[in-house]
Design a protein around this ligand. Sequence first.
Ligand code: BES
Ligand code: ZN
Length: 749
Amino acid sequence: MRGSLERPRRLRRLTVVGGLAAALALGAVSATAGVVQAQGLPGQALTAGTSTTTSALLPDYDNEIVTRFDSANSVEHIRHLAVNIGPRLNGTPQEREGAEYIGGILESYGFKVSYQTWGPVSTKRVAKVTSPNADLPGGPNWQMAASTSGKFTGDNGVEGQVVDAKTGQSAADFPSDTEGKIVLVDYSTTASVRNTAVANAVSRGAIAVILAYPTGNSAPPSFTLTTPQPNLPVIGGGSAHSAWIRGLLAKGPLTLRIATNEYVNPMGTNVLAVRHAVGDPTGTKAPIVMVGAHIDSVLGAPGAHDDASGNGVSLEIARVLGKYPLDKELRIAGFGGEEGGLLGAREYVKTLTAEEKARFVGEWQMDMVGTPYEPARLWALTPNGQSNFVVEEAYKAADRVGFEGLRNCRLGQSDHQAFYDAGIPASLFIWLDYRPPAVCGSSGGSYVTEPEYHRPTDTMDNISPERLQITLDVVGGAVAHNALNAVKVSAVSDGGQPLAGAPVRADCGDGERNVGMTGTDGRLDAVFPHATCDFTVVVDGATVVERGVSISGDRELEVTVDLTKPTISLTKPADGAVFTLGAAEIVSYRCEDNLSGVAACTGTVPDGGALDTSTVGFHEFAVNATDKAGNSADQKVTYQVVYPWHAYFPETMDGKAGSAVPIKFSLGGDRGTGVIAPGYPASQQVTCDTGEATGAAAPTATPGNSKLSYGGGQYNYVWKTEKSWSGTCRKFELKLDDGSSHFTTIRLK
Ligand code: BES
Ligand code: ZN
């Protein structure tokens, strides 16, 4: 019956703006059409804020759940209550019908539903006015006040055409065909004027008389007549009724049916729906999250806004939350008799045991939650004007959707008062033109209601789907947040320090989500409509995954993030080590990580492998280690591979300036004649006693431009000294292409 209630996910940022800002904001909305689907009323526009959707991750559940709330569903519930059922005066069958409609819907959402009948309450005398053929303005079920001076017809009533007899004071007021008709006359506050009008109608053969306020904005009056009229129903209509009847008569004949009933000391009804927490099927220990609204309306009023709207929002919250395995007990109530003095709510609260009261998280009461009346704003009102948990949570939910219009002040006058009196945190959520005092608390403010309040005109026209949506997002968002399974995630480093600003992700089987960032205390409160999730915390590139975390009972999850790099101990090659060309050397190193453990330990050559000594010169050797958290460490060393060297010349020698000095050496074989480093050999003057350099080094010369030669397993180089060096000492340096240098110092005569 109620298919396809979900609407596509959409991005919403709600802000109250006014004037020019509103116009600009509305421009912004249309400019991003397709992304933002928001409508605003004048002076109360919904605007698109900056989108933060940059990653492929899904939003957190707080954000996702509000996108599931759809005020269009609330509107249909309101329509059923206010139009199909109509006015729901306390103690009448319509209050009961309202309760049963709400109960039936909640049952279909999986709630356990019960009805609390209480009373008796004061006798109610009402007229149900319908039409067999006309489309009545304001809804098909008008309600007027049945006078005790008239007849109570029972449900069948009387049916006839309506004639307008104006004031009903003179013969001229009555049409000639009044006989057998329903007579409409102006209601007068003067008893004798009323009495005359009814007596005149009766004498002309009226089958029923409607006395309705001809002007102003009045509710249907209850009155008696000095001359009782026990043979026909006499009923009081509001000013809207007289205007509507006269409007219809202007277009042609109008037939109405009037059924008057006296409900003597009837009973009132509450409907209560419970959804027990997972893990507490009998409801003895789980925290209770409660939502309430009142079913009844005042005499004559369809009560679309007051308070079918509250139930419409409750039911939509119940629909969305009813799908999840939650560790909180959800209670949804429709109270009867609110307009009679909070009767139903007080009866309900009386049934709560001390243990039950102690389990309450709070009660979110919704009464008049979306009129299009422009000056109305969303208020969270408490009997003492102080904020409380329920109010605070609504503010937080408003914040999450970017709605800045919520305010808190003082008012009773609805069912939240009954919970407040029982010590349960409660607040009234209401769209009202409330005017706060300088300080909310010690005194209350004043207010102006919309003109339709408590009037027959409180119809579907007094409902704003946009404002209902804001109520859903704010109140529903707060209720959802408190009903969901909560986890306090705390991220700490391996050193025990709280990790602030750490992004936390969760995968509960329906996609990976960005659930937020830890605060300065390293903590994050997150909520889930699931009992088991995998958590991932990322800090500075280190990742921790906690799999299969079970979430219930507001559990705490401490995630230790390994921020310490693995260590590397490299034994061979050591930094600066020198190896002989072709030597067999075994590489040796190890990686260690005491926290998450080593994930990889990789060197230029694997541990235990042969070091590369196949070429002379300097070589790099690197080891890279990573741990399972993703931390990585590097170590790089340099080693040198040299020829096997043997000098066939002494470290010091004597010579004659200008002579040739043979320099012989071996490199373990024939390595070719290109083994000397560029610019070498070189020599420089040094002091003979200390060996300290006194001149610049210069490349050496050879006799006849001879070159390095190889033969008989030896290299031979001939150094030609200069005559001018006579009486000095010189240091000779032979630097090879393996990076090694070899010296001799010569004293020249
Ligand atoms: N929906 C109203 C509450 C209300 C509060 C209306 C503030 C307008 C302004 C509620 O149904 C109601 O009418 N309450 C009564 C008091 C109740 C104790 C009978 C009222 O405000 O007169
Ligand atoms: Zn109300």
